[in-house]
Ligand binder design. Structure first.
Ligand code: ATP
Ligand code: MG
Length: 581
């Protein structure tokens, strides 16, 4: 992840560098200051580009400072978590380049340790079993302007609390009937400190621990403890947890109070979560888009999920470059989605072989080209990469060109084919339009006719004659058929969640976000393209540039002889303008 480590210094770098200078977190055995970060997803959905930012940040920092990075599943809620999500997250983190070495960890492995610490807090008089219902609990909490009121169960004896908590664990009580709460301060201006719930009763099977537990820790109780157990130094999270930090600190301080060997106390640091225009990052809404069939699945190329980006043709390098480019800030903002697209263009421009593909085909007949003859012409594979060399492209009497590259009556400034006009066929010859054939019933143009100048082979005229238009083509006899899927933003508005009261964000879905073209004609070399998979089974589709159309990749829906391509991103508009389109 060199792109990440090369980012200019941001405030988290400054914090870590000061810590390192003071040896605040001790040192590794080799003497370097200790930096240990983690990515702690809850396995209740697929990862999205916001998570990618967090992965790049956490792994990037660990790598930059020669530290360690953990991948830890925060799997403490049995109701929403599934193995499918665990598997997809492992795949996505690996694909992005995150390396957790042997530290693929699960918070559910810490249930017993957390339970023991909860008992310790009860013994210290810092936690109690409360019989208030969830509704009563929220009434007791008060509000920002009104202090809370103490629970009538707050002063239970240590012995009674230990007994009840033990029986909660043994399954003697129904869901929701009791909780374990921290005894802090019901008048605290910070609502998170008003006797927060640490454990709830939930008779639910967990995807890893089965039925071993029927009490589950709450996020606020467990999260800091997981970081402590793993020796995380810089516990990096998003801004909405800033108000929770005093509570995390309180829990660890309470555990450590009076102890001779205190547990590790990580430093939480908050940064702004990523938001993108024309997109959304809420897992709940992404799940809804999938479940209700607004997209084809989690990996639909229009989704902001990591698997969607991958299927769309994004490279890990381009996602990392984007994350490095947007930086790390302490205030929330919305990033233009074009910055993500530009990162992909920049990378694919360097690596994608150029190919000829006609998406909306129209026949072009070269009247003076011999029937049955084939010329093999040289085409440049990648002007950005001399080592990529050239390839042969077959040329024959009947070609396909784009329907929009012919106009019977040209509009002003149109430099492509129209009767009497001469253009260059890319890598081939100059051709001059002689007319067209139309369907007598519909009037639709079915064929364009032209003559070619054999002296212009390769696309240059020996007499210095100039043409203003260059168009691409594919030999009809050699073409392979393909389906091509063109994508636009999933949401037509820049901030789709910004809707009036009572209106669903779904009303902002873009009905034209997917356009499917069938019967596209591709140059024969593209027949070898595949939706390849790496040694882990992760999609690494072949990616190419279709000249004048953008960057494309092979979709896994492809079958032998029936390729499907996704447009990853269009070319820059400046290209089209420069070529007089
Ligand atoms: P929820 O907690 O509502 O299920 P979440 O998106 O926070 O959703 P987590 O699995 O808790 O999901 O996220 C894992 C990590 O990714 C967290 O550390 C979180 O801070 C980070 N993260 C989540 N969304 C973003 C985002 N949009 N930008 C940056 N980091 C994010
Ligand atoms: Mg979260």
């Amino acid at each position: 992840m060199s792109e990440v480590t090369a980012t200019p210094t941001h405030f988290i770098h400054e914090i870590i560098e000061a810590d390192n200078a003071a040896r605040k977190w001790g040192t590794w055995p080799d003497g370097r200051p200790r930096v240990h970060t983690r990515f702690p997803p809850e396995p209740n959905g697929y990862l999205h580009i916001g998570h990618a930012k967090s992965i790049c940040l956490n792994f990037g920092l660990a790598k930059h400072y020669g530290g360690k990075f953990n991948l830890r599943f925060d799997d403490t809620n049995p109701c929403k978590e599934e193995q499918e999500y665990v598997d997809s997250i492992v795949e996505d983190v690996r694909w992005l380049g995150g390396d957790w070495e042997d530290r693929l960890l699960f918070a559910s492995d810490y249930f017993k340790q957390m339970y023991d610490w909860a008992c310790l807090l009860i013994k210290k008089g810092k936690a109690y079993v409360c019989d208030l219902t969830p509704e009563e609990t929220s009434k007791h909490r008060g509000s920002l302007t009104r202090p809370g009121t103490n629970s009538p169960f707050r002063d239970r004896s240590v012995a009674e609390n230990l007994d009840l908590f033990d029986r909660m664990r043994k399954g003697e009580f129904p869901d929701g009937s009791r909780t374990l709460k921290a005894k802090i301060d019901m008048a605290s201006p910070n609502l998170n400190l008003r006797d927060p719930v640490m454990y709830r009763i939930l008779h639910a099977e967990h995807h890893r621990t089965g039925n071993a537990w029927c009490i589950y820790p709450m996020y606020d109780w467990e999260h800091g403890l997981e970081d402590s157990i793993e020796g995380i130094t810089h516990s990096i999270c998003t801004l909405e947890f800033e108000n929770h930090r005093p509570l995390y600190d309180w829990f660890i301080d309470a555990i450590n109070e009076g102890e001779t060997s205190p547990i590790h106390h990580p430093q939480q640091i908050e940064f702004a979560r990523l938001a993108l225009t024309h997109s959304l990052m809420s897992k709940r809404k992404l799940l809804e888009l999938v479940k209700d069939g607004h997209v084809r699945g989690w990996d639909d190329p229009r989704m902001p999920t990591v698997s969607g980006l991958r299927r769309r043709g994004y490279t890990p390098e381009s996602v990392r470059a984007f994350c490095a480019d947007i930086g790390v800030a302490r205030f929330n903002g919305v990033i233009e989605v074009v910055r993500l697209e530009n990162a992909l263009r920049d990378h694919l421009n360097k690596i994608a072989p150029r190919r000829l593909a006609v998406l909306r085909p129209l026949k072009l007949v070269i009247e003076n080209f011999p029937e049955g003859a084939v010329e093999e012409l040289d085409a440049v594979n990648n002007p950005e990469d001399a080592a990529a060399g050239t390839r042969k492209v077959p040329f024959s009497k009947v070609l396909y060109i784009e329907r929009e590259d012919f106009a019977e009556t040209p509009p002003k400034g149109y430099f492509r084919l129209f009767p009497g006009n001469e253009v260059r066929l890319r890598y081939a010859f100059f051709v001059k339009c002689t007319g067209c054939v139309k369907d007598p019933a519909t009037g639709e143009v079915t064929e364009v006719h032209c003559t070619y100048d054999p002296a212009t082979r390769g696309g240059d005229s020996p007499d210095g004659r100039k043409v203003k238009g260059t168009i691409h083509w594919v030999s009809a006899a050699h073409a392979i058929n393909a389906e091509v899927r063109l994508y636009d933003h999933l949401f037509k508005t820049t901030e789709p969640e910004d809707v009036p009261e009572g209106v669903s964000y779904l009303t902002n879905l873009n009905p034209e976000s997917l356009v499917t073209l069938s019967g596209c004609k591709l140059e024969p070399s593209l027949a070898a393209c595949e939706a390849r998979r790496d040694s882990h089974g992760t999609l690494t589709p072949d990616r190419v540039q279709f000249e004048r159309h953008g960057y494309f990749c092979v979709d896994p829906d492809s079958k032998a002889g029936a390729l499907v391509f996704n447009r990853a991103v269009s070319l820059k508009d400046s290209w089209a303008k420069a070529k007089g389109r």
